[in-house]
Design a binder for this molecule. Sequence first.
Ligand code: NAP
Length: 263
Amino acid sequence: MMLQDKVAVIYGAGGAIGGAVARAFGSEGARLFLTGRHRAPVEIVAKDIVSAGGYAEAAEIDALDEEAVDRHLRYAAGMTGRVDISFNAVGIPNTELEGMPLAELDAGAFSLPITTYTTSYFLTARLAARHMVPNKSGVIMTVTALHSRTGIPMAGGYGPAMAAKEALTRGLSAELAPQGIRVVGLRPQGMPDTRTMKEFFESRAKVSGMTWDRWLEFGASRTHPRRLMTLEEMANMAVFLASDKASGMTGTTVNLTMGSMDD
Ligand SMILES: NC(=O)c1ccc[n+]([C@@H]2O[C@H](COP(=O)([O-])OP(=O)(O)OC[C@H]3O[C@@H](n4cnc5c(N)ncnc54)[C@H](OP(=O)(O)O)[C@@H]3O)[C@@H](O)[C@H]2O)c1
């Protein structure tokens, strides 16, 4: 198993990406401390992992609450002796962020995704690093979107937020890699089996005039294999990046857009 006995903490574990990554980590032998803003969806993921023979605990933690994140990490480290992987999969519903032209957006709505995503990633990474540095080992991970690297209309501050997270991945790595800690991100394109992708479509449906099926075809047509990635494929990549097999990779965000966006 690629993550046998690794201790992983996941933020936003009740969401599509956090849940898929948790299940994939669990099936590779990781011991999981799963968190989310609301306990119920996280509990479902934890129960599935335990039923499959894995180890998972659920906790209600707001990933913007420094004290709560710190307390939870101390608990996980106290139970297991270490923290090996921190994965921030927190996401704000697109309906709150997108669908408005930049010229009409007010400053508060523009900066909401920037402050939320960067602060949450900063806090969870910084606090995890404090447990990893003494062990000279650990992996800090997060997820971004192709908005970080390409102009997409009606996306408000989401693109700048994703670009900032990728910059933070590089900065964290520059400081932490000499101490044995890798920092890597994943940049998947929209995955059709997520609510996020449906919300993204709905915020543009009126303007684009496309149906859901046509929208998916359009997204797929831009990739090299002419199809969009599944959650399972993204989670498998997360397993590899979290594992010691990826020991040569840090300070980067892996392009999982299957050719629709060049590096
Ligand atoms: N889905 C895709 O196809 C895709 C592709 C590329 C990038 N992304 C990006 O990846 C991230 C996650 O996407 P997703 O599809 O997994 O979204 P999701 O299904 O909406 O999950 C996001 C999770 O984050 C939790 N959350 C939000 N704020 C939180 C906070 N302050 N503290 C703790 N948990 C919090 C939510 O919990 P509650 O619901 O309880 O608030 C939810 O469980 C987003 O940034 C998204 O834009 C997604």
